[in-house]
Design a protein around this ligand. Structure first.
Ligand code: CTP
Ligand code: MG
Length: 170
């Protein structure tokens, strides 16, 4: 799939844990373009998996996204973004900065995400968490356009994710 994004945009990666968002971000974007909720947990408390750090991490994520967008820099949010409320606050930041919002959705089979998470050394994420994230994702998918997300690209398989070519247009 060819995914075209505006040179100035807010890109939301959307998908359950283990669906390959961070891997995709590393492949297609510059490190400084990507704001990751896990990296933010690391910044605020030295532990990327410390859930108690979530409020602080998201406050920092929003502050950094707002600043980048004010500077008209392409900004990629690497977080699950499966809940409408999480997306809405990010869309609001984009609106302030007159940035278009693009979503790239990793709607991979649940079994793939669960198997990948089981093999991870960096984090322990149980199947129940993934299952809930998948449910949230599917519930909200149809409403994304009305949330203010201009373009939504949905990827359904690992092969589709691998085949993505990303271009940027002015
Ligand atoms: N992975 C894989 N094959 C891919 C993509 C990812 O085997 N094509 C592996 C990664 O090496 C990693 C795991 O799957 O161990 C999860 O990938 P990651 O990109 O980290 O997934 P995220 O969606 O970022 O997960 P999280 O929300 O938990 O950060
Ligand atoms: Mg990740």
């Amino acid at each position: 799939m060819k995914i075209d994004i505006p040179e100035f945009a807010l890109v939301l990666l959307v998908g359950a844990s283990g669906t390959g968002k961070s891997s995709f971000a590393a492949r297609h974007f510059r490190p400084t373009e990507v704001i990751s909720s896990d990296a933010m947990r690391g910044w605020v408390c030295d532990d990327e998996s410390d859930q108690a750090a979530t409020p602080d991490a998201f406050a920092m994520l929003h502050a950094l996204a707002r600043t980048r967008l004010r500077n008209r820099r392409l900004t990629v949010i690497d977080a699950t973004n499966v809940q409408p409320a999480a997306r809405k606050s990010l869309v609001a930041l984009a609106r302030e900065a007159h940035a278009l919002v693009v979503a790239i959705v990793f709607d991979l089979p649940e079994a793939v995400a669960v198997a990948r998470n089981a093999g991870r050394a960096d984090r322990a994420i149980n199947a129940g968490v993934v299952s809930r994230q998948m449910r949230d994702l599917h519930r909200g998918l149809r409403g994304m356009r009305s949330e203010g997300i201009r373009y939504t690209h949905v990827l359904h398989t690992a092969a589709e994710v691998d085949a993505v070519t990303l271009t940027r247009t002015r």
